[in-house]
Design a protein around this ligand. Sequence first.
Ligand code: NDP
Ligand code: 8X3
Length: 261
Amino acid sequence: PADIKGKVVLITGASAGFGEAFAYRFAELGCRLVLVARRMERLQALADSLHAKFGAVGCKCHPVCLDVRDIPACEALPSRLPAEFAQVDILINNAGLALGLAGVQDNSMQNMQIMLETNVLAVMALTKAFLSSSMLPRNEGHIINISSTAGQEAYPGGSGYNASKFALSGYSTAARHDLVGKNIRVTVISPGAVQTEFSLVRFNGDAERAASVYKGYDNLLAQDVADNVVYAATRPSRVQIAEITVTSVHQSGAKYTARPY
Ligand code: NDP
Ligand code: 8X3
């Protein structure tokens, strides 16, 4: 694997779930981390813990309180970063969410708007911002977009979330075409179901309903997804991992698990 010690890795959605797991893995490799989310106290606690554990291998963290739905704030983010974090090498667009499982006839347009703004528009804004500020001027970089099996296969009740992740997939493929002459890689990671805060958010805090999504089969874990992200990020610079799909051994499609979903 390539040595990525000292590289600047920006992770959106670092306050929970996958993003937090990614932060640990890049921290142990000695990266400088920009940790982005809305819950600043969680980011600060994570940064403190990573400094304590991995400061000796060179890990440094810069937490940033940002609502990624605020597009002007995404556009301004590069100019807000201190010099030692400003040249982002690896942008991990991970912040995202699903809201509800309503059928198309019942979709809340407010929920649709929040999902599309968070899962798609924010990715476009941050990608554009860091391509312009950090990656294109140095002709070097890696954009890693966290999609989902829900971006490959639609399921009943998933229309808004499915649409957002399918859009992310199309966007990422187009981005790969647009950047083909550059030393800039675009990777899409599509995990199956993992018990994070994802279903709690989806079901508006209903812990029992959220837990039921993961009952009755062996679950994939956030660290398994982190393995794949780190794998893509540590290939030699000539190698572009375009797509990775990763699921539990007991999941065979977006909603097909070893027990009824
Ligand atoms: P979590 O709910 O555990 O974490 C989501 C993260 O996104 C949090 O850190 C949250 O931070 C952040 N976030 C959400 N909205 C915003 C916003 N407007 N601005 C800034 N940050 C935001 O979910 P996961 O870790 O599971 O999800 C991470 C990604 O993985 C998402 O894109 C999701 O769609 C995808 N995914 C999840 C799967 C799963 O089964 N868990 C499977 C496949 C893909 P905060 O609330 O502090 O702002
Ligand atoms: C999240 C996976 O299947 O719960 O992207 O929608 S699923």
